[in-house]
Design a protein around this ligand. Structure first.
Ligand code: C2E
Ligand code: CA
Ligand code: CA
Ligand code: CA
Length: 277
């Protein structure tokens, strides 16, 4: 509920619509889900548009609910943030992704980063960087294999704290991407001070590029080049989009055209032919 200008209360319909009961029930279930091992990570490869090679994978969480089936993170991540469960859950995600990446390394797969989505509450923890480094040490994964995705919203908030944390991560050679770029009204002068490596252009700016709506995407690519940042186009679904992205000199693409998110076991089979030749 939020107060509007006339001091009336308005209930905003969220993903759950009117169904407050479902929200309540899921929130309760969320607490057990970690202990009951109902979460799993899927991985979606990212492809170099010019060589066609896989250059990274993004970890995407799934909740296998015992009665409701697969539940989308768009639905439960906000609940986890509201309840504070995002902190233990975020740790679980980081640890799982590092363990999986370590396993692929042991299977001979080099040169590929695993990207982990970080939520704002997680990033704003005082000991966030320390926690990441602890997990790397504990899992034995070299920091150069880890990428963190933080949204534009996180990057623009509490500027000095963000710079401090990103600088520490950079010192350890952890790669950092700004996720959903273009949706958050970035201040360019802030952006330019951030020690980051890559921009991930939100899929909403990729969707319409073949219907004449390519100007925003093109400007983001130009901006990234000027700042010497890599660009990943998200949500690439058609060959026509991929061709256009190549023309615009976008370096990396991610989307259903190439691969859908898949369980870790399937990913190993996809990666093998690329790296064991
Ligand atoms: P995101 O980080 O922007 O992730 C990209 C979303 O786009 C994923 O949805 C992915 O499955 C989907 N996608 C990939 N390719 C295509 C495509 O070609 N077309 C379309 N239409 N969609 C595509 P998903 O897995 O449902 O995740 C939704 C959001 O939930 C993510 O958006 C992210 O904000 C959040 N999320 C997912 N996993 C995690 C996690 O481990 N931690 C945190 N904090 N958030 C996560
Ligand atoms: Ca992401
Ligand atoms: Ca994104
Ligand atoms: Ca998104």
């Amino acid at each position: 509920a939020k107060e509007n200008g006339r001091k009336q209360f308005i209930i905003y319909a969220d993903e759950f619509g009117e169904n407050v009961n479902e929200k309540f029930e899921l929130t309760n279930n969320l607490y057990d889900a970690l202990n009951k091992e109902q979460f799993l990570l899927n991985y979606q490869p990212q492809v170099d548009l010019h060589s066609g090679k896989i250059v990274g994978v993004e970890a995407l969480i799934r909740w296998q609910h015992p009665t409701k089936g697969m539940i989308s993170p768009a639905k439960f991540i906000p609940l986890a943030e509201e309840t504070g469960l995002i902190n233990p859950l975020g740790l679980w995600i980081l640890r799982r992704a590092c363990l999986d990446r370590k396993q692929w390394l042991d299977a001979g797969i080099q040169d590929i980063r695993v990207a982990v989505n970080i939520s704002i509450k997680q990033f704003q923890q005082d000991n966030f960087v320390e926690t990441v480094l602890d997990i790397l040490e504990e899992t034995g994964l070299d920091p150069t294999y880890l990428e963190l995705e933080i949204t534009e919203g996180i990057a623009m908030n509490k500027h000095q704290d963000v710079i401090k944390k990103l600088t520490l991560l950079k010192e350890k050679l952890i790669y950092v991407s700004i996720d959903d770029f273009g949706t958050g009204y970035s201040s360019l002068s802030y952006l330019k001070e951030l020690p980051i490596n890559q921009l991930k252009v939100d899929q909403s700016f990729v969707q319409g590029i073949c219907d004449g709506n390519y100007q925003i995407l093109q400007s983001i690519i130009t901006l990234a080049q000027a700042m010497q940042l890599n660009v990943v186009a998200e949500g690439v679904e058609t060959k026509e989009q991929a061709e256009m992205l190549k023309e615009f000199k976008c370096s990396i693409a991610q989307g259903y055209l190439y691969y859908k998110p898949m369980p870790a076991e399937d990913l190993l089979a996809v990666l093998n032919p690329y790296n064991l030749t």
